[in-house]
Design a protein around this ligand. Structure first.
Ligand SMILES: [Zn+2]
Length: 361
């Protein structure tokens, strides 16, 4: 039997400068869970496992980002840090907004003017205190998009599977809003690219991060051409709290094409596999012609410091096999996962299972 070709792993070193991050969690300032070590650990583990080939992404520029996000958000991501420095910040602390412009602030007063400096308008484009920006953030966010698009490209060009080791992650970023460690929505940008430039009519997205991908859901809420299925911790107890309930099903042309599977605490493989099988049935019923786009999070792991589900390393192989058995070509993009000592083994298990599922299916 001949060896299968290695799986392309797109990755960039640009994320290494998105570092020194702190976040405010429950009133405390802590080192950011979303650290460079996460991606470094995954890269090392895949190289150690064999069968993977690291590749640098191509540069796609801002155009595919602007196909998904408002220019106002992109301007804030691109300029917040440099505008803060120009205004006299010494650059020794990450930038975290301390005011947030909620719909409840403006009420009937819209449109309200915003300051021209990007760091001062940051709170109008951000929903939490967990998304610090530093000097390397904008370049890292752009590189993560390039990683996602390069992986999508590879699959369109004929690969059965490509993995984009995106960092920062993306699925909490909405059309005009960053948050949840996310700046640009890598997976949504890849899905939109498949529609616009890949020549496909229907794209299915499967999000298996611990958290609800509020950004992805918002971006495709009214779209009849993109299915968004998400398995995640029930927002009744888990971040981001304001979305991810099963009752949210899309609207207009997208009615029924948002599918949420909120999970109870301590869900182990049995309960998880049931929800996954329902989500995969929804994908099959949608009958996508494009490669499947998977938002992959390992914060579902039993020892994840910010999750409360109970998946073990071996379970990721089962989950990968179930997804791989679906058949269609697959673009896997990294989202969360914060148990750094296990994240590499979890990635090896998931991607190995996915490959086996494909070969068996
Ligand atoms: Zn997450």
């Amino acid at each position: 039997m001949s060896q299968p070709p290695p799986v392309a792993v797109y990755r960039s070193n640009a994320h290494l400068a998105h570092a020194g991050l702190v976040e405010l969690l429950a009133g405390r300032q802590i080192p950011c869970y979303e650290s460079p070590e996460r991606a470094v650990a995954i890269e090392r583990a895949l190289l150690g496992a064999g069968g993977y080939e690291l590749r640098e992404p191509q540069a796609f520029g801002l155009e595919p980002i602007l196909a998904v996000h408002d220019r106002t958000l992109v301007d804030v991501v691109e300029h917040a840090w440099t505008d803060a420095l120009a205004a006299g910040a010494d650059g020794s602390h990450p930038l975290i907004p301390d005011t947030f412009k909620l719909a409840a602030y403006s009420g009937p007063m819209e449109p309200l003017a915003l300051p021209s400096a990007a760091h001062l308008r940051l709170g109008a484009f951000c929903f939490d205190t967990a998304t610090p920006m530093v000097a390397g953030t904008a370049a890292a966010a752009r590189a993560a998009v390039d990683v996602a698009l390069s992986a999508a490209h590879a699959v369109v060009d004929g690969a059965a599977l490509a993995y984009g080791l995106c960092r920062p992650p993306g699925h909490h970023a909405a059309r005009a809003m960053l948050g949840g460690y996310c700046f640009y929505n890598n997976a949504a940008i890849a899905a939109e690219w498949l529609r616009r430039d890949g020549g496909f009519a229907r794209v299915a997205m499967l999000d298996i991060d611990y958290h609800h991908g509020n950004g992805t859901q918002q971006l495709f809420w009214e779209r009849g051409d993109v299915l968004y299925c998400s398995l995640h911790a029930d927002p009744a107890r888990a971040y981001p709290y304001f979305s991810g309930f099963a009752s949210e099903r899309g609207a207009g042309a997208g009615e029924g094409l948002t599918r949420n599977f909120p999970l109870p605490a301590d869900t182990s493989l049995d309960g998880y596999a049931d929800a996954l099988s329902e989500a995969l049935d929804a994908v099959a019923a949608f009958d996508p012609d494009a490669p499947l786009v998977v938002s992959l999070g390992f914060d579902t792991f039993e020892r994840d410091p910010i999750g409360d589900l109970a998946l073990r390393t071996a379970d990721y192989a089962e989950i990968g096999r179930a997804i791989g058995g679906m058949g269609p070509r697959t673009v896997v993009l990294q989202e969360g996962g914060y148990a750094v000592d296990a994240i590499g083994a979890n990635a090896v298990a998931f991607l190995g299972g996915l490959r086996e599922g494909r070969e068996a299916g």
